[in-house]
Write a protein that binds this ligand. Structure first.
Ligand SMILES: *Cc1c(COP(=O)(O)O)cnc(C)c1O
Length: 402
């Protein structure tokens, strides 16, 4: 690995994924390193939306529900996302926000273990996950115990026989640290708990095999690595073995066994259909469906492999091209099996640095207290992008210290 722009250009010319970048409608000169927050617009999405709006909605009106497949969209798109996370068909549904799906999943997880009194929540998780874990615990009268994923075995041992739902993030949204989902799921289940994973920073980014790992329930965002657009609906996965007993708190009519009977009482549909709520956000849902196409074509494994190479290049360039005082510390673990798809750099005034990079067309973000996040999505980030971003980072740091 060399530290020259020519070397980076050569990698791009040999990269089997290089043609995908041009399919995304990025403005010229913009380098999108923030797909862990909002994935970019793929050219297939406006086309799909135009068809949905003008032809399906505009011309077909209510017939869209049957003729255009709107009714089946939550489970159809769910199955497509399922394939990206190692879920067999009929276990994933799409709709609502991640926050709402978290409430739904966590409450249902607790109801699968009615005799258990403790709800465990990942202390490093995204705020909404922690807030909702606290709220579900309060609503159901459970004791909330927060711990890091590292500390989980200790918590399970201390609360032997008491732990019901355990909510963890597969990738730390701040540091980019990737947790061992297989091992942690096995630990939770061995303790009699229900493993609920937030895959927001994992789905479409790192290979995940929820079925093989024995995950109980999972949720994740549609607008990060799945690039479904702002406010894209989230997904909920529930392992088939739980479906019959899955008692979800959001009992909307679309989850009813016979929705058009308009019955007095809620009777859940069999299978994952019971996790549907009300009328889905069809426009957002079908935008998300179109956005999955490039990722499906490329394959998560290929995207992941390139993302790791981009990450290795970033670390290498920081070491070679930024003199010590300007060089930020890489907080994300170096080992590939411990690293998600963004790298977090510790750098004072991270939000000012991110703003200065934005002025140069390089989209990153900052998270308190001092982390700059650079998302290296192999689907549309090139080796030259990484080279140019490091050059710009060096310039920004020099200006800010000068
Ligand atoms: C991005 C993210 C969310 C966001 O939830 P919304 O309801 O979509 O705002 C939740 N959890 C995690 C772990 C995330 O990374």
């Amino acid at each position: 690995m060399e530290s020259t722009r020519e070397w980076a250009e050569k990698q791009d010319s040999e990269d089997p994924l290089s043609s995908f970048r041009a399919e995304f409608d990025l403005p010229p000169g913009v380098i999108q390193l923030n797909g862990n927050s909002l994935g970019p617009l793929h050219g297939g999405v406006p086309e799909a939306l135009d068809r949905v709006v003008r032809r399906e909605w505009g011309e077909h009106l209510i017939r869209g529900w049957s003729e255009d497949g709107w009714w089946d969209a939550p489970v159809r798109v769910g199955d497509r996302i399922g394939r990206l996370i190692g879920a067999g068909p009929g276990q994933t549904v799409v709709g609502e926000s991640t926050s709402v799906q978290l409430f739904n999943a966590l409450t249902a997880a607790a109801r699968l273990r009615p005799e258990r009194t403790v709800l465990v929540s990942d202390a490093a998780n995204f705020p909404t996950d922690r807030y909702l874990a606290a709220s579900v615990a309060r609503t159901l009268g459970l004791r909330l115990v927060e711990t890091t994923v590292d500390g989980l075995p200790g918590v399970l041992a201390r609360h032997r026989g008491e732990v019901g739902p355990v909510l963890c993030g597969a990738v730390d949204f701040r540091t980019g640290e990737l947790w061992d989902l297989v091992r942690t799921t096995a630990e939770v289940r061995a303790a009699g708990g229900i493993a609920v994973w937030d895959l927001s920073h994992a789905a479409g980014a790192v290979p995940v095999e929820v079925d093989a790992a024995g995950v109980d329930l999972a949720v994740g965002c549609g607008y990060k690595y799945l690039s479904g657009g702002p406010g894209a609906p989230a997904f909920l996965y529930a392992a088939a073995r739980h479906h019959d007993r899955l008692d979800l708190p959001l009992t909307g009519w679309h989850g009813h066994v016979r929705p058009f009977d308009m019955a007095d009482e809620f009777v859940p549909a069999p299978g994952i259909d019971r996790a549907r709520t009300g009328t889905p956000h069809i426009l957002s849902l079908l935008a998300l469906e179109a956005a999955l196409v490039p990722l499906e074509r490329a394959g998560v494994a290929a995207v992941r492999e390139k993302s790791l190479r981009l990450g290795d290049l970033l670390v290498r360039l920081l070491a070679d091209r930024l003199p010590a005082p300007a060089r930020p510390e890489v907080v994300t673990p170096a080992a590939h099996h411990r690293r998600g798809s963004h790298l977090a750099l510790r750098c004072p005034e991270a939000s000012s640095v991110s703003a200065a990079l934005m002025e140069r067309g390089i989209v990153t973000d900052a998270r308190p207290p001092d982390l700059l996040r650079l998302c290296l999505n192999g689907l549309y980030v090139s080796y030259t992008d990484v080279f140019d971003a490091v050059t710009a980072l060096g310039d920004v740091r020099k200006e800010m210290s000068g």
